[in-house]
Every structure is written in structure tokens, then in C-alpha cells.
Design a protein around this ligand. Structure first.
Ligand code: AVJ
Length: 322
């Protein structure tokens, strides 16, 4: 078995500076917000894995169905030598792609990139053990920042699955897609997962499950701040809110203060006051339509080669050519 390699671009020092910056700009201004990437410490990554198994959270299953149906076709269309997976998490669905690309005979390298070092190490070890002969080159990094240093032989297939692109604001999305296009050669590939617009009840239930796992996932960001920045948020005094924004066509997750609250974040010298009922926005998860995805890809310099949805039309995978 080849020894897997892991490059750490997001050093603990870099991550902690980025966190402090995000907390200052997000909580030091009104309305308050925090970027979703700080959910994913070891516990947050585990909670997310648990979310993907909830009956209400359909995107993971819908995307897996598409991959099961289309992976062979995708391998033939792309002939990819390297699979680069951005925001890979546990890399569980990735196996469907690895299997198809290996069966096709072109694949020699897998490059997973994730902000969570713990999740990445587990994934890298598991994949390296199960795919002897495959070069596994993990990158601990932020997909909005560390795209310039992606290894892998051409043609590469960059997979950005799960609908994570929906966590970016429209202008961040445009920058991200243009950045991916920039690191690719003409003829290389992007596989993009997007959750689709559907009835609001289904959407809200997916982000406000009966078992309360998503609530714990949301609250986890406060635990991260308490641990990493010495903050003193009373986690139990917040409730989880998931709301459909029909104008922007995105789900918003928020944390609502159930009483007037003061909190200190000593590491950034910040003290804040929250009114009763005041909310901190912790995530947007945008939902898409085909025309919008195609236009955003085009704008970034990609051509849509294939648009695949699950049987129920809940989720889409776009295969785009640089
Ligand atoms: C991992 C970003 C795809 O937006 O659906 C799940 C994260 N947030 N439940 C999503 C998430 C709440 C998820 N992504």
C-alpha cells in the first residue's frame, strides 16, 4: 500500500487567526453572523455525518442515488486520472467515483481537501487502506483559499459535492467557481452538487429535524468559540432556527438568544450584548435551479456537459468542462 501524504496548508495558527478575524467581523457588527466553516471541529464533523443519516435530510441520499446511476458514464466522459475532492468530509460518497474511475482504468491519484484535519486523516487512512495502488494525497485547507496548490495528473476531475457551494453567498460563489476554473487546464472537469429549489416544508424539515441533531450541529459553533477563544456563551440559552428565504432561495440557520445576554470573547477582546430574541446567522444553504447553475458555470468559464438529478428531482449533479 502506498503511504498516504497529507499537506497541511491550514496550520493551527492560520486557522486560529482566521477564526478570530471571522468572529470580530461577524459578531462585532450588526446583524450578527458567523461563517459555517467553524461548525466543523471533530464533534461538528461527526454531527454532520449524523445529519446525513436523518430521515429528513434527503440531499446526501439523493446525491448518492445520482452517483450510483451515473458514475460509470462520468468515468467514460472524463477519463480522469486524478480525483480532487473539495470539502471531502468523510469521503464516503467518493468511493462511488473512485470505484467507477478505477474500473475505467484511468485513475491513479485521489486528492481530498478539507478544513477538518481529523475528518481528513480518517478519510485518507480509510481510502488508502481500501484502494491499494492509489496515490492518496490529502490537503488540509480551505477550498476558498488553497486551490492553487492542488496536485494530480491531467485530466483532473474536481468534485465539489453535497451542495456545499450553497453555503457561499452569490458573489463568493462566483469568485470560487472562477478560482476553480483558473487552476484547471482546458478540458479538465468540475463535478458540482447542488440542492434544488423545492417546497419550503421539505426544505425546512431537512434543516430542523425532529431528533434535534441539526440544532446540536448549529449550537456547536458556540462551543467552538468557547473552547478556541475562551468565550463564555451560555449555549443552553440559544435555540436553533431554520428559515426559508423565498427571495434569495436559500435556507438560513440562526441561533436565537432566549434572553438578554452578555458574552465575552477574551481572545479577540470582544464583549457583546444580545437582546432577547436576537439572532446570529450561522449558515445560508442556497437552493438552485438548472438555469441558474448553468449561467453561473458559464460565467466562470465552464461549459455544462451533463445535468443529472435523482429520480425525484431533489438534487442535481452538474458535470462541467473547463
Ligand atoms: C454540508 C453544507 C452541504 O448546507 O446542507 C446540514 C450543511 N447544515 N444541515 C448543507 C448542513 C445543516 C450542509 N452542507
Amino acid at each position: 500500500m502506498n503511504q498516504p501524504v497529507i499537506d497541511v496548508h491550514l496550520t493551527p495558527d492560520h486557522a486560529s487567526r482566521a477564526l478570530r478575524q471571522d468572529v470580530l467581523s461577524g459578531l462585532g457588527t450588526q446583524p450578527k453572523s458567523l461563517p459555517p466553516k467553524w461548525f466543523y471541529d471533530a464533534r461538528g464533523s461527526e454531527l454532520f455525518e449524523e445529519i446525513t443519516r436523518l430521515p429528513e435530510y434527503y440531499p446526501t441520499r439523493a446525491e448518492r442515488e445520482i452517483l450510483q446511476t451515473r458514475a460509470g458514464e462520468l468515468a467514460r466522459r472524463t477519463g480522469a486520472r486524478a480525483l480532487v475532492e473539495l470539502g471531502s468530509g468523510s469521503s464516503e460518497k467518493t468511493r462511488l467515483l473512485l470505484d467507477a474511475l478505477r474500473a475505467h482504468g484511468t485513475l491513479d491519484e485521489f486528492v481530498p481537501l478539507d478544513v477538518s484535519e481529523s475528518a481528513l486523516r480518517e478519510a485518507v487512512d480509510a481510502i488508502a487502506a481500501d484502494y491499494p495502488g492509489l496515490r492518496v494525497h490529502g490537503v488540509v485547507g480551505d477550498f476558498t483559499e488553497h486551490l492553487g496548490r492542488l496536485p494530480g495528473g491531467s485530466p483532473r476531475l474536481v468534485a465539489f459535492l453535497g451542495g456545499t457551494i450553497g453555503n457561499l453567498l452569490p458573489e463568493e460563489r462566483a469568485r470560487f467557481l472562477a478560482g476553480v476554473r483558473e487552476v484547471l487546464q482546458p478540458g479538465e472537469w468540475l463535478l458540482l452538487g447542488t440542492d434544488l429549489v423545492k417546497d419550503p416544508e421539505t426544505l425546512v424539515r431537512a434543516y430542523d429535524d425532529a431528533a434535534g441533531v441539526t440544532a446540536q450541529f448549529n449550537l456547536n459553533v458556540l462551543r467552538v468559540l468557547n473552547r478556541e477563544l475562551g468565550a463564555d456563551f451560555d449555549v443552553d440559552a440559544f435555540t436553533h432556527v431554520a428559515r426559508w428565504d423565498a427571495e434569495h432561495e436559500w435556507i438560513e440557520m440562526r441561533l436565537r438568544a432566549t434572553r438578554v445576554m452578555r458574552a465575552a470573547v477574551p481572545e479577540v477582546d470582544l464583549r457583546l450584548r444580545l437582546e432577547e430574541g436576537e439572532e446570529i446567522r450561522t449558515e445560508i444553504s442556497a437552493k438552485f435551479r438548472r438555469e441558474g447553475v448553468e449561467a453561473e458555470l458559464k460565467e466562470a468559464g465552464f461549459d455544462l456537459d451533463a445535468w443529472w438529478t435523482d429520480e425525484q428531482g431533489r438534487f442535481a449533479l452538474s458535470l462541467a468542462r473547463a
